[in-house]
Design a binder for this molecule. Structure first.
Ligand SMILES: CC(=O)SCCNC(=O)CCNC(=O)[C@H](O)C(C)(C)COP(=O)(O)OP(=O)(O)OC[C@H]1O[C@@H](n2cnc3c(N)ncnc32)[C@H](O)[C@@H]1OP(=O)(O)O
Ligand SMILES: CC(=O)C(=O)O
Length: 525
């Protein structure tokens, strides 16, 4: 059975706190969803703001190839003809072939929020839908508070749904607007509504009870053939059903269903990250299926088993959703973790060497190091222990000073300067740089000292810097752990770590590892 996927990232997703798309962002996401093969893309609420209205004009000028574009709006205002309502006009002006109309299902909302008679609400639903159908548009009806309405007054809720179906809506979408419905209730009411209306039923869930995906799947099992949600679960309050997981579950896990016209789900990881990037939001590392940790193995016993049989600790192959298997190295590692990482680094299997590496990792983690987010420092550590590490430069000394002068100008902040003296092939490079703080100044001086010999260093940049105070078991004084993330011009990123009681020394150690990792990479290339 083919299940329709309806994406509302650009409308309900944008109602999530912290989510804000520019017009260009919206166009990019709509086109990506179109390429992926999503059936319906809801572009926004044209009455709401000029950006959403303009979005529809941009897409009308260069229509989507596969997905049907939907414009969202509410039923006509009370006491008005649809043709006179500015909301209806904005939906017509959008030129979207599909109009999605939200209307009230619950008599409580009709009385207390809309403050109209029950009959007027039914007229608002029926007249709005009939108007758009008469104008040649397809209409999807989003029944707001559908489950709550059915619980309070089943007969009235069903009357609103049949009014929508009879007026010509092509889908009746049951919305768990407040996100408070349980899966068994969803299944019960979806079956009930299917019997009452002669149109395909859809589901739209919110995640307030962390059940949005379970509820979407329960609805599909009960007969719904259309699922609404957002990429990465963005949305009002706790978000909507995450379509990434919905599609992965329907495409790969549950028997008898197909999504995206039977296309593969291998692009889901890329799609999820694309939307995070455009939204300028960090990825959720433990996001099911597509998160960086979704197939990351940390416990030694797990890694041991995965090395023998990959699926022993994996429910699906990571590649089936475009993700990858990762092995993490930490104090919870066994020899198998080290072996897996060392194999990646082309090291021979050597039990004695593995034991020494494992012992060193456990010892360093006890001091506060952490290699999970610092794979580059781990790779260098392995080389140091194996005796294959050849440093490209050696420190003679560095010096950092920060000077703050009063009385010159109120805008003048402190000036930080770093001097770095290195020995490179027995020659001395001695350079100075100013920066926005000590680490930036050290980074600048180090680059100046190395750039003549190693011009490729200009291709890398530091993209993240994290400091955490730690109190290791071994030492009574507080140390700090610095993790630096670096990105290369080819897109590769790597993490390095430094630990010291002095934050500048910890930063220097992480910085040097980052530079050495890049130089080793260039050497291999
Ligand atoms: C469940 C959902 O997610 S539905 C979508 C929710 N999304 C949004 O609200 C985002 C976009 N919304 C907006 O930009 C604005 O709210 C607008 C443009 C739609 C309306 O703005 P305003 O006219 O200033 O009204 P406001 O937002 O204060 O109140 C909503 C109005 O719509 C009415 N209304 C609410 N639902 C419906 C409905 N289904 N049909 C008709 N009218 C409705 C309310 O009664 C209220 O009108 P009233 O003030 O005359 O009582
Ligand atoms: C329509 C919609 O977004 C809701 O009821 O949640």
């Amino acid at each position: 059975m083919q299940i329709e996927i309806y994406d509302t990232t650009l409308r309900d997703g944008a109602q999530g706190e912290g989510v804000n798309f520019s017009l260009d962002d919206k166009v990019l996401i709509a086109r990506r969803l179109d390429e992926v093969g999503v059936d319906f893309v809801e572009g926004g609420y044209p009455l709401s703001n000029p950006k959403d209205a303009e979005f529809f004009q941009r897409i009308a000028a260069d229509p989507l190839k596969h997905s049907k574009l939907c414009a969202f709006g509410m039923t006509r205002r009370r006491g008005m003809k649809p043709a006179d309502d500015p909301g209806m006009k904005s939906l017509m002006d959008s030129q979207a072939p599909v109009v999605t109309i939200v209307g009230k299902t619950s008599d409580f909302h009709v009385a207390e929020v809309l403050r109209v008679s029950e009959q007027e609400n039914i007229d608002m639903i029926a007249e709005t839908i009939a108007y758009f159908v008469g104008e040649g548009r397809e209409v999807i009806y989003d029944a707001e508070h559908c489950f709550d309405g059915l619980k309070i007054n089943e007969a009235y809720a069903l009357q609103t749904l049949t009014a929508a179906a009879d007026a010509g809506a092509m889908r009746i979408v049951m919305c768990d607007t407040n996100g408070g419905t349980m899966p068994e209730e969803v299944a019960h009411y979806v079956k009930l509504v299917q019997e009452a209306v002669d149109k395909p039923v859809g589901i739209h869930t919110h995640n307030d009870c962390e059940l949005a995906i379970a509820n979407s799947l329960a609805a599909v099992d009960a007969g719904a053939t259309h699922v609404q949600g957002t990429i990465n679960g963005f949305g009002e309050r706790c978000g909507n059903a995450d379509l990434i997981s919905v599609m992965a579950n329907l495409g790969l896990k549950k028997k008898g269903y197909q999504v995206l016209g039977g296309k593969q789900t291998e692009h889901l990881t890329e799609l999820s990250r694309y939307v995070y990037e455009i939204a300028n939001m960090g990825y959720r590392i433990n996001q099911p299926f597509v998160g960086a940790s979704a197939f990351a193995h940390k416990g030694g016993m797990h890694v041991h088993a995965v090395n023998r049989v990959a699926h022993s600790y994996e429910h699906i192959p990571p590649e089936s959703v475009g993700n990858e298997r990762r092995v993490l190295v930490s104090e919870l590692s066994g020899r198998s973790n080290i072996l897996a990482m060392a194999t990646k680094l082309n090291l021979q299997e050597d039990k004695e060497l593995m034991d020494r590496i494992l012992h060193e990792v456990v010892e360093l983690e006890n001091q506060g190091y952490q290699f999970e987010a610092a794979e580059a420092s781990f790779a260098l550590l392995v080389q140091r222990i194996a005796g294959t590490f050849a440093p490209h430069f050696e420190l003679v000394k560095y010096h950092v000073s920060t000077e703050s002068r009063g009385g010159v100008s109120l805008n003048e902040g402190p000036v930080t300067e770093a001097t770095v003296k290195l020995s490179i092939d027995d020659e001395i490079e001695h350079r100075v740089a100013e920066g926005d703080g000590p680490i930036n100044a050290l980074d600048g001086a180090l680059r100046k000292a190395l750039k003549g010999r190693f011009p490729a260093l200009a291709q890398m940049q530091l993209v993240d810097y994290k400091v955490r105070v730690i109190n290791s078991e071994a030492a009574t004084a507080a140390s700090v752990r610095v993790i630096i993330e670096t990105r290369d011009s080819d897109g590769e990123t790597w993490g390095t770590v430094g630990v010291n009681e002095n934050v500048i020394q910890a930063s220097w150690d992480a910085l040097v590892d980052s530079f050495e990792y890049k130089l080793a990479k260039e050497g291999r290339a």
